[in-house]
Design a protein around this ligand. Sequence first.
Ligand SMILES: Nc1ncnc2c1ncn2[C@@H]1O[C@H](COP(=O)(O)OP(=O)(O)O)[C@@H](O)[C@H]1O
Ligand SMILES: [Mg+2]
Length: 303
Amino acid sequence: MGDGRVIAVAGAKGGVGKTTTAINLGVALAHAGQTVAVVELDLAMANIVDFLQFEPERTLHDVLSGTAPTTEALYPIDDRMHVLPSGTELAEFNAINVAALAPVIRSLRPAYDFVLLDTAAGVSPETIYPLRLADEVLIVSTPRVASIRDGKKTIELAHRVNGEVMGVVFVRAGTGRAPPPERLATFLETDLIGAVPEDETVAAAQDMSQPICLFDPDSPAATAYQEIADSLVLGDTADDGDDDAVLGRGGVADLQNAEAIAKSAAKADPDGMDGATKPLESDALTTGDPDDNGFEFVKRKGE
Ligand SMILES: Nc1ncnc2c1ncn2[C@@H]1O[C@H](COP(=O)(O)OP(=O)(O)O)[C@@H](O)[C@H]1O
Ligand SMILES: [Mg+2]
């Protein structure tokens, strides 16, 4: 127990698998013997309860508004794995609440080995702040252009707020004609943490409101999440340097900074950060194989 490693599960595109990854990585880490809290920070589109079988009476909203202690909003999902749901009222999230997030996460740190932050899509203070609040940022993307472009944007944002990007997990891998995950990670200039294959069991598990790692631990997707969790535990390179007293790398004072960055990012380039993703439009990701179109530029439904 203790000195939790705070990981923001992030990626600017919606529907790419962030919540699925946060929950299942949480269960898989618990199976690997770790204690885990998954904190839902998808404020406008809170939906973690749809993935799990529980109806929270207390949520992060109550915690941030001071009407409930954090412990009352933590729900056991599996042995050693708790979830803190954000609650839909958080659509009316404001700056004061964002500031209150830091001490909440800080209070979880000594109680868990891992604290996973399930973040929202888009570019806003709510998405930027966790990038700084966390020790490490785990990018989630599908192997498709729009998702990777937004993943790149999230990496840039993380760097702008001095967040540490640990690498990328590709979800729904192995579909279409995307280049291999290793190549996509190289394009993103980050480490490949894992690839979770497209797996219809994910939807079946979701229909039963269960994490796939509990519903069918031997399924391809669950196996992939377990491998990622095991590698996180074994290669535990978390920096337990001298900043123990400080929460992550950021503080409340950075909030205004996050707002300014969100504004400038949105203004600078609505389709991508300062042209940083331009190579995607070229042949930067082709494999060199004449039969390989490199990329399927067709958007999937729901992406
Ligand atoms: N490996 C996978 N195979 C098939 N479907 C998946 C996989 N991972 C996620 N999905 C589906 O993708 C959809 C979006 O996932 P979600 O985790 O809600 O994304 P986000 O949190 O990024 O918006 C969900 O319906 C989920 O069931
Ligand atoms: Mg989500």
